[in-house]
Design a binder for this molecule. Structure first.
Ligand code: PBG
Length: 321
């Protein structure tokens, strides 16, 4: 007698019954861009199908996300003016804060509203923090601004703030600032293991980044995984409610290790370059867009991510519907 694992693969009903991992729209979070002063949505060339929204089209997109049963939306702002301190991130009139207010008014508690808590879209030098007099990213001076930014985002209606700058101590600083301002219910989604990745390329287009150089003094070296476990432990000790690994597909080992390590749910971010690679290959007819996107999302869930941020969120929810 031979062992016959194929017995369980013989038809779709059996395969569905024994599937170990499932994709559900509620696990997905849509990252979305909103441009200050835009009067119509602007396509992002390197991310076909993704746009810089106006406030109106963003609200409509958030409504679509609710209707499709998606879990959440993560907002990124594209300001018209930038300065050394990234003031647009903390001012209530800054585009991201205005957009949070608008989206929250639209969806209430029907969709988890998240904000990127990072200065890079708002600084004229494009770094995730402020610079010291020698041009280096000043960790502790940045923490203070992150605290202010998180409070502004909570006040504008964010359920979740997502510090993505990889400053040491950022989760503790943000938690303390939120608590002091009375926002004890605001959730902190910590970008715990965020790598200095080439796969962010299209995103920098999407937010019209001013960055010259790289982020290697604060984002992690792709060679390392032990370092990620340390970052995760620190973020948990500092009070993170969720921890995230980013990018996703080239870091599934990190996702898996994080899931084993973490006492809170793990998120993974399928970043712009991952989206664009699948989109570009599909546009050339080299792979099937739907099959490849769903397979990639399934693999991220299988690796252990509870929550997946993905530019495919609405499409995937529709396919899964
Ligand atoms: C920083 C931030 C980045 C992304 C999300 N938050 C860019 C970076 O670190 O350079 C990348 C997301 C993507 O590529 O989809 N605010």
């Amino acid at each position: 007698m031979i062992e016959r694992p194929r017995r369980l693969r013989q038809n779709p009903a059996l395969r569905a019954l024994v599937a170990e991992t499932r994709l559900h729209p509620k696990d997905l979070v849509l990252p979305a861009f909103v441009a200050e002063g835009a009067d119509s949505p602007r396509p992002i060339q390197s991310m076909p199908g993704v746009v810089q929204h106006t406030l109106d089209t963003l609200a409509a997109e958030a409504r679509r996300a609710v209707d499709l049963g998606v879990g959440g939306i993560m907002l990124f702002g594209v300001p018209t003016t930038k300065d050394a301190r990234g003031s647009g991130g903390t001012e209530p009139s800054g585009i991201l804060n205005v957009a949070l207010e608008r989206v929250r008014a639209e969806v209430g508690d029907d969709l988890v509203v998240m904000a990127d808590t990072c200065l890079d879209e708002f600084t004229d030098h494009g770094h995730c923090g402020v610079l010291d007099d020698r041009g280096r990213v000043d960790n502790d001076a940045t923490l203070e601004i992150y605290g202010e930014m998180a409070v502004a985002q909570a006040r504008a209606g964010a359920h979740v703030v997502g510090p993505s700058g990889m400053m040491d101590g950022q989760v503790a600083a943000i938690r303390e600032a939120l608590d002091d301002a009375g926002f004890t219910d605001t959730v902190v989604l910590a970008y715990a293991a965020k790598y200095a990745s080439a796969f962010y390329g299209p995103f920098r287009d999407a937010v019209q980044s001013s960055l010259e150089g790289d982020r290697r003094t604060y984002q992690q070296d792709p060679a390392n995984i032990v370092e990620s476990l340390r970052e995760i432990d620190l973020d948990l000790a500092e009070g993170a409610d969720l921890v995230m690994v980013k990018p996703a597909m080239a870091y599934l080992d990190v996702v898996s290790a994080a899931a084993e390590r973490s006492s809170v749910p793990v998120a993974a971010y399928q970043v712009s370059g991952e989206y664009s690679m699948i989109s570009a290959a599909a546009a050339n007819g080299w792979i099937d867009r739907r099959a490849a996107a769903l397979e990639s999302l399934l693999s991220i869930r299988r690796a252990g991510a509870h929550v997946v941020l993905t530019y495919f969120a609405l499409e995937a929810a529709d396919w899964l519907g």
